[in-house]
Design a protein around this ligand. Structure first.
Ligand code: HEM
Length: 195
C-alpha cells in the first residue's frame, strides 16, 4: 500500500498489465502469476525494498564449522544479514529506490528475493509456497480493484517499525475502487466469502 501510494507510475504500470491480461473486471487467480511479469516484479521489489525480517531469524551452530575461511565454534549465534543482501550495491538501479523494472532487466540480473526472504538451509520457512502465493493473490487482487494514493495536500514519509519484524508504522492514504464496477466486483466477492 505504501509503495503504491508513493509510486503512482509503478501502480499505473501494474494496473495496465492486469487490465491487459485479466480484462478489466476479473480478479486474479494463482495461475495468472506467470502471465503477470510486471506484477510479479512489483511483489519482488516490495519484498526487497523493505525486508520484513531484516536480520532473518538468529540461529546457533550445533557443531564447530568453518565458512569462507572463518572458524565458527559450536554455540555461535549466527544472524543472516538479509538487509545487506537486499541493498547490495547495484550500478544501474540504486538499492534504496523502488524500481520493479530491475527484475525485468536481463542485462543486470538481480537475485530473486525468494532466495533470501524466507530464510536458509534446513530451517528455511516451511510456509514459503503458501506465503508467496498468498502475497501474490493479495497484492494482485488489491491492485486489480483499487487506486491507492497519498491524500491530497499531504506528504507520505515512509516510516517503519524496526523490530525483529519490520513493517510500516500506521499511515493514511486513500484507497478507492478503480470504478463503480470494480467496487461491485469486490463487494460481490466479499459476499461469496461470507456465505
Ligand atoms: C511472506 C510470507 C512469509 C515470510 C517472508 C516468511 C519468512 C520466514 C523466515 C525468514 C523464517 C526463518 C527461517 C530461517 O531461520 O532460516 C521463517 C520461518 C518459519 N515460517 Fe515463515 N514466512 C512467511 C510465511 C509463512 C507461512 C504462511 C507459514 C505457515 C503457514 C510460515 C511458517 C514458518 C515456520 C513454522 C517457521 C519456523 C521454521 C523452523 O524454525 O524450522 N511462514 N519464515
Amino acid at each position: 500500500m505504501m509503495a503504491m501510494a508513493l509510486h503512482p507510475d509503478k501502480q499505473r504500470a501494474g494496473h495496465e498489465e492486469l487490465d491487459r491480461v485479466l480484462g478489466r473486471l476479473r480478479l486474479p487467480v494463482i495461475a495468472d502469476r506467470s502471465s503477470l511479469p510486471y506484477v510479479d516484479a512489483l511483489i519482488k521489489e516490495t519484498m526487497r525494498w523493505h525486508p520484513a525480517l531484516p536480520l532473518g531469524i538468529a540461529r546457533c551452530t550445533a557443531e564447530d564449522d568453518s565458512y569462507n575461511g572463518y572458524f565458527i565454534p559450536k554455540g555461535t549465534i549466527v544472524m543472516p544479514n538479509v538487509w545487506a543482501t537486499a541493498f547490495a550495491p547495484n550500478n544501474k538501479y540504486p538499492p534504496k529506490d523502488f524500481i520493479p523494472e530491475r527484475y525485468l532487466d536481463t542485462s543486470c540480473p538481480e537475485l530473486d528475493p525468494s532466495a533470501w526472504a524466507f530464510g536458509f538451509g534446513r530451517r528455511v520457512c516451511p510456509g514459503k509456497a503458501l506465503g508467496e502465493n498468498s502475497v501474490f493473490i493479495l497484492i494482485a487482487s488489491i491492485l486489480a480493484s483499487f487506486d491507492i494514493a497519498v491524500r491530497p495536500g499531504e506528504i507520505l514519509e515512509p516510516d517503519f517499525e524496526l523490530n525483529l519484524v519490520s513493517y510500516p508504522k500506521p499511515f493514511a492514504c486513500n484507497i478507492t475502487p478503480r470504478s463503480p464496477e470494480h467496487g461491485e466486483m469486490v463487494a460481490s466477492r466479499a459476499s461469496q466469502c461470507q456465505s
